[in-house]
Design a binder for this molecule. Structure first.
Ligand code: NAP
Length: 327
């Protein structure tokens, strides 16, 4: 089995979780970490056993040993850092959202294709055991046709204009940060909507604190999505089908639940993947590379582009703006 040398760009919250997940994979070599700060890079390398650490992203990306890079900087920097990694000949998995606008996602995809390098948006739900089980049930036909979907992602992020969640310069706002998840689920199962109604409530920085969306599809089906940094609404996606309902949710304990409601019975299945399941998306990257694929069949670049297009349209409807980044 070929082992891949991983490089991690950024040493924040999610980089820690991803590094911990990489440690579970025999074919992942924790090779290098790059930070804006040499001390932070050294500390992170020591914590997880990375062989090399760099005080700039440029130095890490110039290291010829690095084969695959995980981009974990704030959203507003995903494009710059992904392009930098690709131009240094590295395969890339980039945190969600892939970038701020669909035009930027398109540019990143073009660069990856031109360079014949792997690129995937780090959308972890489709690789989780609860999702795979839900997909199996939906595909089996025993729930009948999927008629409607409702998804939400809401938690309290106390207001601080400097925080990543509220600072527009870092891509702040609930839609791109967490609303992307219910929208992603709706896109996966119902496709691209023909009409979107949406509205947002804004924080003083101009970031959307909350966004509510209704999608209508050409076949008459509808779906609802909601994101918020203003309440503890939690995380769930509900599938209303002809013969019953499926609910994918995450408990406060971080366990994944798949609730199957059918003919009065409620079956609550609990999944507790190690490292919160972040290893599965990393395994997908290496599996694709093993098979000479430059895109994941599960999360292809066309999917990321469709997702970004929907988010653009929601933003157009609600007035969410990122100065200097809008079309
Ligand atoms: N998949 C998931 O479940 C999940 C969960 C959380 C977040 N995310 C995504 O991951 C990305 C990072 O989120 P996070 O929560 O890890 O954020 P975070 O804790 O703030 O970490 C971001 C890191 O980016 C680097 N960075 C570079 N320029 C920066 C700047 N100007 N300001 C702040 N940080 C800068 C920093 O690393 P250095 O200082 O070491 O350079 C920082 O530690 C976001 O795009 C977010 O959407 C995904």
């Amino acid at each position: 089995m070929k082992a891949y040398n991983w490089g991690i760009l950024g040493t924040g919250n999610i980089a820690h979780k991803f590094a911990r997940a990489l440690m579970l994979l025999d074919n992942a070599h924790l090779y290098a970490v790059g930070s804006r700060d040499a001390g932070r890079a050294e500390k992170f390398a020591g914590e997880f056993g990375f062989s090399r650490h760099f005080g700039t992203y440029e130095e890490m990306l110039a290291d010829p040993g690095v084969e695959v890079v995980y981009i974990s900087s704030p959203h507003s920097m995903h494009m710059e850092h992904t392009l930098m990694a690709l131009r240094n000949g590295k395969h890339v998995i980039c945190e969600k959202p892939m970038s701020i606008t669909a035009a930027e996602v398109s540019l990143m995809s073009d660069e990856a294709r031109r360079s014949n390098l792997f690129l995937m948006e780090a959308l972890w739900p489709p690789f989780q055991p609860s999702y795979l089980k839900a997909e199996e049930i939906l595909r089996s036909g025993k729930m009948g046709r999927l008629l409607h979907m409702r998804g939400k992602f809401a938690f309290v992020s106390p207001y601080d204009p400097e925080l990543r969640t509220y600072n527009l310069a870092l891509g702040g706002g609930s839609l791109l940060d967490i609303g992307i998840y219910p929208v992603m689920d709706i896109l996966r199962y119902l496709g691209e909507p023909e009409n979107i109604v949406a509205t947002s409530v804004f924080a003083p920085t101009g970031a959307d604190e909350s966004t509510a969306m209704i999608f209508r599809f050409s076949d008459g089906r509808m779906a609802e999505a909601y994101s918020s940094f203003g309440n503890m609404g939690g995380v769930s996606t509900e599938f209303y089908c002809e013969k019953g309902n499926l609910i994918l949710t995450r408990g406060r304990d971080r366990n994944q639940h798949l609730i199957i409601e059918m003919q009065g019975d409620v079956d609550d299945r609990i999944f507790t993947p190690p490292a919160q399941g972040y290893q599965y998306e990393a395994a997908e990257v290496m599996n694709c590379l093993d098979h000479g694929l430059a895109e994941s069949p599960v999360v292809p670049l066309s999917f990321s582009l469709s997702l970004a297009r929907i988010l653009d349209e929601v933003r157009r409807k609600t007035g969410i703006r990122y100065p200097g980044r809008d079309r």
